[in-house]
Write a protein that binds this ligand. Structure first.
Ligand code: GDP
Length: 306
């Protein structure tokens, strides 16, 4: 994902290696190159601006250890600032004091929510939890079946509105109302003592008012401990507006970056935590259920600067 950005930053740093000491002009030239590399990677403009300002200020005050040469100092500063824009530290999933923990997924259609639901369920199952997946994406004809396939692969039960797939006791009287399905999914989780409920919700191709309203109603019905906004890291410049729309329309507690395995420019990945003020909890890195990582800002920064 960050190959081009990595190369650009690395060659910027290489130019500094021969310098004994950095003048203000050297620092300004370096910061300018970093700024361009970030903009070309589709990082949001305000994020780039504050990033560049922070790097410049710290490089000028050269507060970094005297044991580092100028190039190493700049690398260290850029690394620290990358960690900062990525959210600082990993923020673990919030678990309810009184289970079940309710996790709601939101995001655009195709963002990777359903896939992520399976990955997260498998991850939590591996930690000894007993998740239940709830199929509240009733917009897309295949979404319920897709979640059932994913659930089967993960070995995690799925609560779905259609009869016949999960056994007769899960047949719903609610028809195709995603709010009712969510509520009944939660009731089922309580009755069957699942300690985590993951609610997959519908997405649209673009942000729209009805989608937001529906997600808002589901949120109100299940009172989630986490609302995770799943965002396709390949969507480039649109990322910020999309994230903002979901932040305003539904509100979310954390972010999941999906498709980090892609070869797009990745600015979404680098902007979204900073722009929304919400931490990135997980990353999705492929189509397989095991292509999933707990997100660590420091590891991501090191990967970019490797
Ligand atoms: P949803 O509409 O938000 O539920 O998105 P889906 O989970 O259906 O994912 C949309 C498409 O993206 C599917 O073809 C997935 O296999 C694919 N996908 C999901 N996550 C990833 C990922 O991390 N990497 C890659 N390469 N593909 C992914």
């Amino acid at each position: 994902m960050f190959a081009t950005l990595s190369d650009r930053l690395t060659s910027t740093f290489k130019n500094l290696r021969t310098k004994g000491r950095l003048s203000e002009a050297d620092i300004d030239a370096t910061v300018r190159e970093i700024r361009r590399a970030l903009l070309d990677a589709d990082v949001a403009v305000p994020v780039v601006r504050s990033f560049a300002a922070a790097v410049r200020e710290r490089a000028l005050s050269s507060e970094v250890s005297g044991a580092l040469n100028p190039a190493q100092q700049v690398v260290k500063i850029v690394n620290d600032e990358l960690v900062t824009i990525l959210g600082g530290q990993n923020r673990p999933l919030t678990l309810a004091k009184n289970p079940p923990t309710v996790i709601m997924l939101a995001g655009l259609q195709g963002a990777g929510k359903t896939t992520l639901a399976g990955k997260l369920a498998l991850h939590l199952k591996g930690q000894g939890h007993t998740p239940l997946l709830v199929a509240a994406d009733l917009q897309r004809p295949n979404a319920v079946t897709q979640l059932q396939v994913v659930g089967e692969r993960a070995g995690v039960p799925v609560f779905a509105p259609h009869p016949g797939n999960q056994g007769h006791d899960d047949v719903l009287p609610s028809g195709a109302d995603p709010v009712a399905v969510s509520r009944e999914g939660l009731a089922t989780a309580r009755a069957k003592q699942h300690d985590v409920v993951i609610v997959d919700t519908a997405g649209r191709l673009g942000v729209d008012a009805e989608l937001m309203a529906q997600a808002g109603r589901i949120r109100d019905a299940v009172d989630p401990d986490e609302v995770l906004f799943v965002i396709d890291a390949m969507i480039g410049q649109d990322a910020v507006a999309t994230a903002q729309a979901f932040a305003d329309g539904v509100g979310f507690t954390g972010v999941v970056l999906s498709k980090l395995d892609g070869d797009a420019r990745g600015g979404a990945a680098l902007s979204v935590a900073s722009v929304t003020g919400r931490p990135i909890l997980f990353a999705s890195t492929g189509e397989k259920l095991t292509d999933f990582e707990v997100f660590h800002p420091d590891r991501m920064a090191s990967r970019i600067l490797d």
